[in-house]
Every structure is written in structure tokens, then in C-alpha cells.
Write a protein that binds this ligand. Structure first.
Ligand code: URA
Ligand code: ZN
Length: 389
């Protein structure tokens, strides 16, 4: 059973995805990861986006996961919101975003998809339904030239329903600590753009003992461990390379409560302080000038998509004096649907998804005050992203 938040609480979902139909078509036109396989027997298409999804020991129609209309339909998104009492969603393109576009068409495709997202939100919001509003995080054309990427960053403030960007961990191909990312950070910082950092690539298969070991438990290792560690590594590399020293007003929202960053921040800080190579300890390399704790308290916000009180408590503690004030509710819809075959509305629990109710329960029971709980559910996102409630 779930503890629904009290009725006067506005729920804002800042971690919720979509694949626009044009993106679905793009994936369906491909035959290597990421791609969509449409079985000839008319059964649900298969979303084969992670490298471990493309398991050659399985026939195509069993690889990856089934993908139904919840992945691209606004009606499905709104119905999901209603089922879970979410009144505002900040929707982002799902992974791997625009990372796969050829450089020549990347900018125009990004403009098209970002305009499309903004327009879909505008159409919904024109209905003036306070219990069903939509905003979006835009995507960047990372395979385009740095000038083109920066031009898109500067265009986004003209799209009123865009509340930030979603970003993967690969940057221009060499990671987020690549010095060539600096013009992007500068543009994002100067526009105070919220950067929703989200994983996709996980860890190399060898980290899990190889493809066969991974396949024994399907998506468990890549999603439960690969994703959060990817995020942790990406943001730690940014920190170590001085990105937060050079761009002290950068704003980042980390998926899955920061991966494992809140839990490991003390160890990161201690290793930095004991690194003989760093000038602060008599070495010859410039280490980070700020404490990781300071970055967590000023540059970083965390979603609350961690499914347990233990994870939430670590996130709240790592966020510093603002604590729960830096956390925001999310669902990860349409990923993690019901798998019990009772997913249709009203069949059981009013069609609620356990992946959502478990997060609602963890937040409700985490032991912070009612005001803080309301903040996590929606108040913080409203304030930080500039959404009227
Ligand atoms: N699996 C994905 O590929 N992406 C998500 O966002 C969640 C689960
Ligand atoms: Zn997600």
C-alpha cells in the first residue's frame, strides 16, 4: 500500500521521458545499437538501446525491452500523470538523446525536436488545466560544431516551456572533463540553464564479468549499477578537472539522486586531500580548488529517484544545510512500468506503478518535516526551475 501525499501537495515530476515519433522513426531506421526492431508478427517493437540489450544469443524479438505507445504518446503521459496525481511534468528526451546524429544534420534536428517539445507543452498548457501541465528539458546537438551547440544553448531561452537541458555523460566524445566543453559550460552558466545529467552508457561489460554474466540478470546490472556509477564518474571527473572552479555558477540536476555521489563524497574529498600529485599537497598538478561538499551545496541538485529511505537520507545529508530543499521528485516514466500483467488502469491499485509508489513512500517516510516533503514533491522544482504553482 502507498502513502499518497496530502491533497494540498502539488507533485512535479522532473524525471520523465519521451521519444517523439520522429525519434522513434530514426531508431527504427537503424540496425545497430541504439535501434528499434519491429517484429513482422505485429507484436510490440523492441527497444534495443543499451549495448547489453543487443544480446546475439537472443532472437531480435526478445532483445532489449518491449516499447509501446507510452514511450511517445502525450495522451499516455497525461494518463500516467493522472493515475499518480502528478500535476506538472518536465519531460525530457530519453537516452541516448541526440548523441547519435550525423554532424551535418545535428543542429537542425535538435532545433526541430526542441521546438516540437516546446510546442507540445504549449498546446497542453493552453488548456489551462492546473492538474495537467507540461514543461520540457531540451537536448543539445552534441555532434555539431561547438559554435552550433552554443547557438542552440542561447536559443533555448526563447522557448518558454523549456526549463533546462538534459545531458548525457560523453560530452563532445571525450567526457565532461574535456577542456573543449568550456564554451558550452560558459554558455550554460551565463544563461543559468539547469543541466539534467543523465546516464546512458553504463560501465564497460568487463566490469560485470562480460556479456554472458550481464545477460543472466537482464537489465539489473546495467540499470542498478552501471547507470548510477556512470553519473558518479562523470560528475567526479568534472569536479577533478576544475569545471566547478572555472564555472562556479553552473547548475546541475543529477539523475538517480546523484548515482552514488552523496554516499561517496567523503571518500572523494579525502582522496583529493591525500593526493600527493596535487599542488595543495606539494605536487605539480592543480587539483580541484573547492571541496566537493561546497559543489554539492551550491551547484548540484538531486532527483529523488532512488527507491529507498537509505538512498534519500544520504542525498539529503550530502546536500548540506538546504538538505531536502535540493531534492526533486521524479518517476523515470515510461521506464520501469508494471511487469505483473496488471498494468491497465484500474486493474489493480488503480493502475499505479510500483516504481512510482515506492518512491512516494520512501520520500513520505524519510523523516524530514512536512514542509520538506512538500518541497521534494514539487515546491523545490517550482522554485528552482521557475514553475508557477
Ligand atoms: N532505462 C533507460 O534506458 N533509461 C532510463 O532513463 C531508465 C531506464
Ligand atoms: Zn531517466
Amino acid at each position: 500500500s502507498s502513502t499518497p501525499p496530502s491533497t494540498n501537495t502539488t507533485i512535479i515530476d522532473i524525471h520523465t521521458h519521451t521519444y517523439p515519433p520522429s525519434y522513434i522513426d530514426l531508431l527504427a531506421s537503424r540496425t545497430t545499437v541504439p535501434y528499434i526492431h519491429r517484429p513482422s508478427d505485429g507484436s510490440d517493437p523492441r527497444l534495443i538501446i543499451l549495448s547489453s540489450d543487443d544480446d546475439p544469443s537472443k532472437p531480435l524479438h526478445q532483445r532489449g525491452r518491449p516499447i509501446d505507445k507510452s514511450y511517445s504518446s502525450w495522451a499516455e503521459k497525461l494518463s500516467f500523470m493522472k493515475t499518480h496525481s502528478v500535476s506538472i511534468s518536465v519531460v525530457s528526451l530519453a537516452n541516448p538523446w541526440l548523441d547519435i546524429l550525423p554532424p551535418t544534420t545535428a543542429l537542425t534536428t535538435a532545433q526541430h525536436i526542441n521546438n516540437d517539445l516546446n510546442a507540445s507543452c504549449a498546446t497542453q498548457n493552453a488548456k489551462n488545466d492546473p492538474s495537467a501541465r507540461l514543461y520540457a528539458f531540451a537536448s543539445l546537438p552534441l555532434s555539431a560544431t561547438p559554435d552550433e551547440i552554443v547557438s542552440e544553448i542561447h536559443r533555448l531561452p526563447s522557448l518558454p516551456n523549456i526549463k533546462g537541458i538534459i545531458l548525457g555523460t560523453t560530452g563532445l566524445g571525450a567526457g565532461l572533463d574535456d577542456p573543449n566543453m568550456d564554451p558550452l559550460w560558459a554558455a550554460l552558466e551565463s544563461n543559468s540553464t539547469m543541466i539534467f545529467l543523465h546516464p546512458h552508457y553504463g560501465l564497460p561489460e568487463s566490469a560485470f564479468g562480460g556479456a554472458e554474466t550481464i545477460a543472466r540478470s537482464g537489465h539489473v546490472l546495467p540499470l542498478a549499477l552501471g547507470f548510477p556509477l556512470e553519473t558518479t564518474i562523470a560528475v567526479t571527473r568534472m569536479y577533478l578537472s576544475g569545471v566547478f572552479d572555472r564555472f562556479p555558477r553552473l547548475r546541475m540536476l543529477l539523475a538517480h539522486s546523484g548515482g552514488t555521489l552523496p554516499f561517496l563524497a567523503g571518500r572523494i574529498q579525502s582522496c583529493v586531500e591525500h593526493e600527493r600529485d596535487f599542488t595543495s599537497n606539494g605536487g605539480h598538478k592543480q587539483g580541484p580548488r573547492r571541496e566537493i561538499w561546497d559543489v554539492l551545496r551550491t551547484n548540484i541538485w538531486l532527483d529523488a529517484v532512488i527507491y529507498s529511505k537509505a538512498g534519500l537520507k544520504s542525498a539529503i545529508e550530502a546536500a548540506g544545510p538546504e538538505g531536502a530543499g535540493r531534492l526533486m521528485f521524479g518517476t523515470d516514466h515510461p521506464f520501469f512500468p508494471r511487469v505483473d500483467g496488471k498494468e491497465k488502469d484500474g486493474e489493480e491499485d488503480g493502475g499505479k506503478w510500483p516504481s512510482v509508489t515506492s518512491n512516494l513512500e520512501a520520500i513520505g517516510g524519510v523523516g524530514v518535516g512536512e514542509e520538506d516533503v512538500r518541497g521534494i514533491f514539487g515546491g523545490n522544482a517550482a522554485k528552482v526551475l521557475g514553475i508557477e504553482i
